[in-house]
Design a binder for this molecule. Sequence first.
Ligand code: ADP
Length: 269
Amino acid sequence: MDTNRFRVRSRSGLDLDAFDPRDTGTSRGGKKKGLKALRTLTEELVELQRVLWAQHEHRLLVVLQGMDTAGKDGTIRHVFGPMNPQGVRVTSFKVPTPIELDHDYLWRIHPAVPGRGEIGIFNRSHYEDVLVVRVHGLIPEDRWRKRYRHIVEFERMLADEGVTILKFFLNISKEEQKARLQARLDNPSKNWKFSSADLSERKLWPLYREAYAEALARTSTRHAPWYVVPSDRKWYRNLVVATVVRDTLASLGMKYPEPSEDLEGIVVE
Ligand code: ADP
């Protein structure tokens, strides 16, 4: 799969509507083939992460953003779930605590950046500080506007220091969100996920789209690219994310470390 067409290139403007949330590629064989491809990809991912962890050299940061019900949790479960949990660290960024609010907005982000050998997954991220903060007018525009530059520079620093960064916007349609919210009301095993706050956020859909379009355009860089992932079909969403992560890890040229001593002739009694 060529994932280049999902990558955000423009730094000046971005038409999010040009990305179809229902896209499933040229779908030769559709879902059935997609699920089969995902099983193979998963095996490759598990092996790549094994080497990443063993080599203890590279670090991978994966940022997941999307509207409510876009599937951040499901993506983490399906794409990263099969990996060795020792080497995967998921951080979910919620409404900042009073202590976090007493600091700059990147203060709580930096300690969650992965260390050597680790994959760090951000379930929401510092991007909330130019999204929800903008949509709800939590701070004046002249403050959040400066953050695009801070974020580009922060991520550049991380990349310069050896962190590989991938950012995914899980792109669902407004109709699909409606269906998923309704399922949370109708299905007893999903009731726990329902929050009426999601309905008030849904009313702000156009403002969020505008905020996302600008944030993605301004912060998609060579060192930290954004991908707009078609997410109405969960299997295709997983396939796209898994492919980008696989291709990225494979491009690092990782290998198992050499043994620390000569193993020739050693016998285990
Ligand atoms: P999720 O929806 O991610 O499963 P929650 O229902 O707990 O988890 O939602 C987390 C909430 O925290 C979201 O509404 C999100 O917009 C909010 N949030 C995250 N980061 C910030 C931030 N920096 N400022 C304000 N709100 C934030």
